[in-house]
Ligand binder design. Structure first.
Ligand code: RTP
Ligand code: MG
Length: 136
């Protein structure tokens, strides 16, 4: 089942120069490919649409501020079961609970600064790809 997913390497990953490390893990999965990639600083409107499901939660405002605090690397990844697959590479939201070997488990400590976003379902992937790469 070939799918496409939206991945964001969050501002902490860019600041800490972990972009190559994280992209390398995605690239090495058999048969997956990166079909779009861009360094960009996200504006409030894009972030409100992207994280709209969390509006009203206590972590929402600091999350939006963090996500706008520096450039992210946005990428489209295509391949076999890639939606579930990138979420598995990333590990659970809380990096302390994430197993070593996962991206969050290997590099993160703070819940907010957990390095990577990946679409969590086919519906989210379609919505997020339209938001970040409408031309794609
Ligand atoms: P993402 O949407 O970024 O891929 O992460 P996720 O699905 O694993 O987690 P989600 O529940 O959607 O939360 C979105 C992002 O908000 C930050 N967060 N902070 N309690 C907190 O301080 C808290 N909870 C969530 C994280 O950056 C999380 O990835
Ligand atoms: Mg999420």
């Amino acid at each position: 089942m070939t799918q496409r997913t939206l991945v964001l390497l969050k501002p902490d990953a860019v600041r800490r120069a972990l972009v190559g490390e994280i992209i390398g893990r995605i690239e090495r999965k058999a048969g997956w490919s990166i079909t779009a990639l861009e360094l960009r600083t996200l504006d409030g409107s894009t972030l409100e649409q992207h994280y709209g499901e969390h509006k009203g939660r206590p972590f929402y405002e600091p999350l939006i501020e963090f996500m706008a605090s520096g450039p992210v690397v946005a990428l489209v990844v295509e391949g076999e079961r890639v939606i579930e697959g990138v979420r598995a590479l990333a590990g659970p939201t809380d990096p302390i609970a994430a197993a070593p070997g996962s991206i969050r488990g290997d590099f993160g400590t703070i819940v907010r600064e957990n390095l990577i976003h990946a679409s969590d379902s086919e519906e989210s992937a379609i919505r997020e790809l339209k938001l970040f790469f409408p031309e794609h």
